[in-house]
Design a protein around this ligand. Structure first.
Ligand code: AMP
Length: 134
């Protein structure tokens, strides 16, 4: 059975898309720790990030680098933090989170409540920067 992220990639479930190429897809986390919290996933359905082969893992990290740059341009922050958890959705993904301090990366922090319009505007702002940088 396809994962929820495969359904998002296929457009069967809506998402706030940030970036896409032939092999990878980036969209906003629906329970964001900060404005701009983004997930980067491989289109190929693999549960555990470290089960990706070396070349695909490296390419995914390079794709995530471009998304992180665009996040920081759209939402100025000290750094874009990266985390891998993957206990909830069995489809490898990297979290990219704009942070000012270490505690901004704590996943048990309260999540932001954003409207659909806010999510759309955030995704559009990041996408615009990402497209410009290509
Ligand atoms: P984890 O697998 O522990 O890294 O957590 C999965 C992440 O995916 C969580 O931060 C969820 O908020 C996020 N998530 C789950 N379903 C969706 C969805 N349909 N759209 C966007 N983000 C999602």
């Amino acid at each position: 059975m396809a994962t929820i992220f495969s359904k998002i990639i296929a457009g069967e479930i809506p998402s706030y898309k940030v970036a896409e190429d032939e092999r990878f897809f980036a969209f906003l986390d629906i329970n964001p720790l900060a404005k701009g919290h983004t997930l980067v996933v491989p289109k190929r359905e693999v549960d555990y990030l470290f089960d990706l082969d070396d070349e695909e893992l490296a390419a995914m990290q390079v794709f995530a680098k471009g998304v992180a740059l665009a996040i920081q341009q759209a939402f100025p922050c000290k750094k874009v933090g990266q985390a891998v958890i993957g206990l909830e959705v069995p489809h490898a993904h990297i979290h990219l989170i704009p942070i000012q301090r270490e505690s901004d990366m704590i996943f048990s922090n309260p999540k932001l409540q954003l409207t659909a319009e806010e999510f759309q505007a955030i995704a559009a702002a990041i996408h615009e920067q990402w497209a410009k940088n290509r």
